[in-house]
Design a protein around this ligand. Structure first.
Ligand SMILES: *Cc1c(COP(=O)(O)O)cnc(C)c1O
Length: 411
């Protein structure tokens, strides 16, 4: 794997063991990142979750129900597909983990199924969520319909206008979509509204966060629920190639949940290169970007300490990416630590590079990827692999939702 090879036997000297890279300490810290920086009034809700989440999600009853729904409702296991023509194009063996084939079109359903089962066991009757592009809102509305629970989705008023099809989906599924009219009327404002709601309804309401972000225990909770992705990859690779570990795993990183799920069981396997791709927008240094690891500095957003794109005064800078799912100024604390420790590398990918990768996959393999996933595909233009390397790429979602954007670039 050419330029990556020299990193392969890193000792990660600042960590006692690699397990400590993927599991936070009891206060929710991954090294210096993570924690729970929340207003006092949110403490009872988060504390209840922190006390109960591991016992519940590790219980046999939970696992049985979770696995059954993943299989029969979400359509797991998703295929691990050997992409022959893409492999020939790049001179290496490429497998695609087909999260795009999940019910609702992306990996997000893995998390919302898990959290709705957790909410039921905590006796919650009402579900709230925040959403930007609407993908997490749709996944949440879906499982609320499935379980017959009330669903309120907060969404920036501007996003409601921009993402009409997903708003219609949520409403058809029976959810109430509440516009956030403060600030820029986008994701950050929707998150503030959801937090306000949770403070006012501490007893009967569960807040389903959509990525490995937010206060402890959310990053760990969501990573564990998504870790079914790497669990399946290992079994499927053994079947197909007779080995459990690929040379590398590649995934795009917004908040970082599909990457956390795809990396999870490989974090301890030093021989496996972990490569995240983040959205560089028009370019890392253009001021119109969402390349958090490349540009970020430690700061607190949405309840945890992580890498954050901010100006000299510590004000969060409005991110930009062509891909709504990657258009986030922060990143989960797990990834901040994977970057700081050198265990994973993060590659910035521009809008144009992602678009080219999306069209290439469509025409080489007959698969139209989500714009987010296209950022992961573009890594093959930037990182060289050896012929015999087996590289697994997490294809986080399908591109139907992005056809409006793709159409503008059709020749
Ligand atoms: C939401 C989304 C992402 C980004 O979220 P992560 O938490 O970083 O995985 C990536 N791909 C798709 C298809 C999405 O819908």
């Amino acid at each position: 794997m050419s330029y990556l090879a020299e990193n392969q036997d890193l000792d990660f000297p600042s960590f006692k063991n690699l397990e400590s890279l993927r599991t936070p300490d009891p206060d929710g810290f991954y090294g210096q990142f993570g924690g729970a920086f929340i207003p006092e009034m949110l403490h009872p809700n988060v504390e209840e979750l922190r006390r109960c989440y591991l016992d519940i999600i590790e219980s046999e009853a939970f696992q049985t129900e979770f696995r059954a729904l993943l299989k029969d409702y979400a359509g797991r296991a998703t295929p691990l597909y050997f992409a022959k023509r893409l492999s020939e194009r790049y001179g290496t063996k490429i497998y695609l983990k087909r999260e795009d084939l999940c019910h609702t079109g992306a990996h997000k359903i893995n998390n919302t199924i898990g959290q709705i089962l957790l909410a039921q066991r905590l006796g919650k009757k009402r579900i709230i969520a925040e959403t930007g592009a609407g993908q997490h809102g749709v996944a949440t509305a879906t499982v609320c319909a499935l379980m017959g629970l009330e669903c309120i989705v907060y969404m920036g008023a501007l996003d409601i206008e921009r993402q009409a099809p997903n708003v219609a989906r949520m409403r058809m599924l029976g959810a109430t979509v509440v516009p956030a009219v403060s600030g820029n009327q986008t994701l950050k404002d929707a998150t503030n509204e959801a937090i306000r709601d949770w403070i006012c309804n501490p007893v009967d309401t569960h807040y389903i966060i959509g990525s490995v972000v937010g206060p402890h225990p959310y990053p760990d909770l969501v990573a564990r629920l998504q870790s079914v992705i790497s669990e399946e990859i290992r079994v499927q690779l053994l079947e197909k190639e007779g080995i459990a570990n690929p040379a590398a795993v590649i995934a795009c990183v917004g908040g970082g949940s599909n990457a956390a799920g795809a990396f999870y069981h490989f974090i301890e396997e030093k021989s496996v290169r972990l490569i995240g791709s983040e959205a560089a927008g028009h370019g890392v240094h253009t001021g119109e970007t969402a390349a958090t690891i490349a540009l970020g500095k430690p700061g607190i957003l949405h309840g945890s300490l992580s890498m954050l794109i901010q100006n000299g005064d510590g004000q969060v800078i409005e991110p930009y990416s062509i891909s709504a799912g990657l258009d986030y100024p922060g990143v989960g604390p797990l990834h901040a630590q994977l970057a700081a420790s050198g265990r994973a590398s993060f590659v910035p990918v521009t809008d144009d590079e992602a678009l080219a990768a999306a069209f290439q996959l469509a025409r080489l393999e007959g698969i139209i990827p989500a714009l987010e996933s296209a950022h992961a595909l573009a890594v093959f233009e930037k990182v060289k692999f050896e012929k015999e390397d087996i590289v697994v790429l997490c294809l986080s979602g399908r591109g139907d939702k992005d056809l409006g954007t793709y159409t503008k670039f059709l020749l």
